[in-house]
Write a protein that binds this ligand. Sequence first.
Ligand SMILES: Cc1ncc(COP(=O)(O)O)c(C=O)c1O
Length: 344
Amino acid sequence: MNENKLIVDLRSDTVTRPTPGMLEAMYSAKVGDDVFEEDETVNALQKKAAAIFGMQDALFCPSGTMTNQIAIKRFTNPMEEVICDETAHVYRYEGGGIAYNSMASVRLLYGDRGRLSAELIEPHINPDNVHYPKTSLVVLENTVNRGGGSFYNLDQIEPIYHLCRLKNINLHLDGARIFNALAESGDDPKAYGRMFDGISVCLSKGLGAPVGSLLLGSKETIYHARRIRKALGGGWRQAGFLAAAGIYALDHHIGRLKTDHRNAKTLAQTLVNLSYVSSIMPADTNIVIFELNQRLKPDDFVEKLNHHGIKCNTFGNQMIRLVTHLDISSEKIDYTIDILKKLY
Ligand SMILES: Cc1ncc(COP(=O)(O)O)c(C=O)c1O
């Protein structure tokens, strides 16, 4: 029983609430109509994010799904093909959006915890032959959600970039958690800007903003992206209140991501020694995915933890996912460890 009424929400890093500082920034934001491109806070956020990655322009959107789907539409035509890992968010969790929005087919590859390589991709690029859909886009995810927060280093991405250039294929990054990846790899975000045609960056995950993602790209890409966003109903008005939260997140919440990663490692180190855990993925960033042994039912496990005020999600095939974030303090980690140890 959860006697001290602590709620530890480890379901996702999207569950964070704005901090007092973030709320203050939102409250005092200067806003305008963003469909007219007159919201100065939105414009400032777009400029700031584009500059971090050395890209020409950016578009602020309501969700990571929308930025990914806009990018896929921008970089493909109907009857063409997208290559991604079978775990990719763009394929698994965006409601069939690739087919619905872009009328493109998908070639799924089986990477290393969701990470692709040039060797893996190359044989799946279709030859120029009327039977085959034209391969026009590769999508990478960094960090990889279903890979347990696995991340790429730049030297793993570089050969993929060269292959895509050689074959005249666009390269998009689902960087919902790119700052988590950068915190570990130490790579220069501007190098990402040089290699990718489009980058999605989420402000509402590890960075703790309530809403919002950005699509980064060239001036021309963002010009088209703005038109696609409008057609999807994503043209918004005084979005500057949300953009202010995003600017605050970029200024204040990137530097602390390693704390989330340390907390994830601490949880993983506990879990690995528990008899009811049969396997666990390396906790490389802020996501811990582990497998329960066969005698436990994942739904019962989630329910039992919930009873103690600890929330988590099942993740298919006996798997459980825990995600650390801004609202998970060391006190909450200690409490969770204590409960996990005496749960069975
Ligand atoms: C890797 C990845 N990409 C994209 C998204 C989509 O973000 P949103 O929920 O803002 O649409 C998510 C959401 O969790 C994600 O984990």
